[in-house]
Design a binder for this molecule. Structure first.
Ligand code: UD1
Length: 389
């Protein structure tokens, strides 16, 4: 599809099931490599990134099949430890296959990962974790080679920042390391907790997930298992933003509201009625929102950087001024120029964006800059008068 055409200005009404979390499904698909046999993963969303992850597994000899939102991965014929360049370039999360390959084969090869252009997005912390576990790494001609000739050994890893991906890769590699690995300053995101639940169902010994210290007792033989991926809290935040922006009455199911309470409480404070119950959330909103003061993105349980663009879109029509401070990625305001085309009043300096609410947004031709930035344009389009392409 070349474009979405959105005729905005209508309130939204209805019930939407939120699909499984992309950021949970991707490390879980990578983790299937750790087991011998078949893993069954329910609520695995049908998204291009998940399709790329399944392609990587196929290229590594796994038998993979999808039936609706359920994916079955059989590793019985697994072979090789090189991730093809085109798949590695397609998404950032391809890097999560390196940890399991190192754990299984003591070797992993890939080029640098691709992904949304949100800034530099280095993988030095992933590499440092592998090295701490005993892998030797070298880079030549755009390729990364990791090799652990005598296997991985449990160790202490202290992350300088709680990187989600580096925490996941360290957990995945540590499952194949002899002895205990302790990861300090670990990321605490719900997706980390989901990955730990999956690994435990495979027979791994892990504790501390959801806190900043995660301990893995590695070296166990892991087996296939059955698991249901958690609902996508960022998709939920996107739908909430759409309803808050356009007005209406929307109920979301299949998500745990406490996983995005920073977003629900923000919209409540901005004037929407938000009712949360286990597994669902309902938002009712009429009229313009009130601006939200300062919104600073930070690692979980702080305000999610992935929700910044969609919430910004919702607050373009807020009464008053909202200040966003993006602390996670240096280049995450690429949607701002596009929102301006729709009449938004936003000024950006470095990591700060000042949004002064306007009475109306108008439809315009705009361009998606990255995944969540594109979602933000859809949110704004739903609240704008006229057609947005
Ligand atoms: C994950 C999410 C992404 C989300 C991000 C932050 C997945 C597939 N993607 O990305 O949607 O926006 O968390 O919540 O789960 N960093 C380094 N060196 C590293 C790794 C990271 O400096 O080796 C920096 C990054 O540049 C960034 C910060 O750490 O500034 C946080 O990144 P990280 O938590 O690693 O994000 P991802 O795992 O890439």
């Amino acid at each position: 599809m070349e474009y979405f055409a959105v005729e905005g200005g209508w309130p939204l009404e209805g019930q939407v099931p939120v699909h499984g979390a992309k950021n949970s499904a991707l490390p879980i698909l990578a983790a299937t490599l750790l087991a011998d046999g078949e893993s069954i993963i329910h609520n695995c969303p049908s998204l291009t990134d998940c399709a790329a992850a399944l392609e990587i597994l196929s290229c590594l000899g796994c038998r993979v099949r999808r039936e609706g939102e359920t994916v079955v991965v059989n590793t019985a014929c697994r072979r090789g430890h090189t991730i093809p360049d085109d798949l590695m370039g397609r998404m950032r999360a391809s890097v999560l296959f390196l940890g399991p390959l190192l754990a299984r084969d003591g070797a992993a090869t890939a080029c640098w990962p691709g992904g949304c252009a949100l800034g530099a997005r280095p993988i030095d912390l992933h590499i440092q974790a592998f090295q701490a576990l005993g892998a030797q790494g070298r880079s030549w001609n755009g390729q990364l080679f990791f090799h652990a000739p005598t296997g991985l050994s449990g160790c202490r890893i202290a992350l300088p920042i709680p990187s989600v991906g580096a925490t996941e890769n360290a957990m995945l590699a540590a499952c194949g390391a002899a002895g205990e690995t302790v990861i300090r300053n670990a990321a605490r995101e719900p997706e980390i907790v989901d990955l730990a639940r999956f690994l435990r169902a495979m027979g791994a010994s892990i504790r501390g997930e959801g806190s900043s210290v995660i301990t893995v007792e590695g070296g166990r033989a892991l087996h296939g298992c059955e698991h249901t991926v958690i609902g996508d809290r960022i998709v939920a935040a996107t739908y909430l933003s759409a309803a808050a922006a356009a007005g209406g009455d929307v109920r979301l199911t299949g998500v745990e509201p406490e996983q995005f309470s920073t977003v629900t409480s923000l919209f409540r404070d901005a004037g929407a009625r938000v009712d949360c119950a286990p597994g669902e959330v309902r938002i009712r909103c009429g009229g313009r929102l009130t601006a939200s003061g300062v919104i600073r993105t930070s690692p979980y349980p702080g305000f999610p950087t992935d929700a910044q663009p969609v919430v910004m879109a919702a607050l373009c029509r807020g009464r008053g001024t909202t200040v966003f401070v993006e602390t996670m990625f240096e280049n995450r305001y690429r949607h701002v120029d596009e929102l301006r085309r729709m009449g938004a009043d936003i000024r950006v300096q470095d990591r700060v964006a000042v949004v002064t609410g306007v009475e109306t947004l108008h439809g315009a031709p705009v361009r998606c800059t990255d995944l969540r930035g594109g979602a933000a344009l859809c949110v704004a389009a739903l609240a704008a008068e006229g057609e947005t392409r």
